[in-house]
Write a protein that binds this ligand. Sequence first.
Ligand SMILES: *Cc1c(COP(=O)(O)O)cnc(C)c1O
Length: 393
Amino acid sequence: MNYNVNEKGYYGEFGGAYIPEMLYPNVEELRQQYLSITAEEGFQKEFRQLLRDYVGRPTPLYFAERFSEKYNTKVYLKREDLCHTGAHKVNNTIGQILLAKRLGKNRIIAETGAGQHGVATATVCALMGLECIVYMGEIDIKRQAPNVARMKMLGATVVPATSGSKTLKDATNEAIRDWINNPVDTHYIIGSVVGPHPYPDMVARFQSVISEETQKQLLEKEGRERPDYVVACVGGGSNAAGIYYHYLNEPEVGIIAVEAAGKGIDTGESAATSALGKMGIIHGSKTLLMQTADGQITEPYSISAGLDYPGVGPMHAHLFASGRGEFISITDENAMKAGLELCKLEGIIPAIESSHALAIFEQRKFKEDDVVVLNLSGRGDKDLNTYINYFNL
Ligand SMILES: *Cc1c(COP(=O)(O)O)cnc(C)c1O
């Protein structure tokens, strides 16, 4: 079996491009050009140089000695928390803005929920001097004031989405509407491995630098390119796609995906899509989706804003359905404990998203000589208030 996208834009039965007819020309332009443009020598040179000098790559692969001792196995952390802007998201926004420039686009739009993708997009627009419009639900604008301020400081216009539940899905609808109305000069930067083909594959390729580096770094440290397991949290699935990418078709590497159980899978306040979702269509892609019996999207819940998404990307839906990936869900409570534990054991304050991945070691045992690479997707600065309120710090 092949776990990469096929030429029709599918991963098994998931993926495709289920879009309104008026969006077709934009998506089709991208589909026809993304592979040839990103393969150009000039593109690769600029992309690699910015990843090195601006983002700070390669990020370290760090052997977490005290954490490993506690769980009696060998745990390496891929330190995406050390990227400029504090998480892996910037790998993708750099790639997409370089692509947008080569397509002759001078106006960038994006949607954002918690604001992390909005900040990563505003950052690269400032870097390139391009106009940036970020759609964000009115409720999210109130909840995520520091990220709204960051986007404004970086020169972006933040437009409130005032329809529906005034959150991420409504912001996405506004962004799509904008793109339909501005097909010629505008590129839409999607923030995860979601959306119509070619977005999931394009974003996965930009994030694949994570496992590309891991192969080299592990060879240096362990004498082999392949760990026994790669582990990542999954919201839409982009940091996970990055750490899995070069191991997807190597069956000796176990793939572990960690979803947010929220308050518990059966509580109605959860974001564990593989456990609760059914096949459906979201953001132009056929994938696993949390929905009601008559097909309405269910509001997800997680303490972590980045995992609070009702679907997963089609790559992950296929990894789940085919059995290639092992899916584990982690509650708010266990994630918060694991985050605090990493602080005490390693002196690293993780993003709450990443804390979900760290929490699996309490419930999933590994062999003593297993090499487990965990993608530490981001740092915890943005989550300080949540940590403060949760632990009464
Ligand atoms: C956005 C975010 C995530 C979730 O997004 P993916 O596309 O699933 O990677 C995870 N961790 C951090 C730190 C994030 O900012």
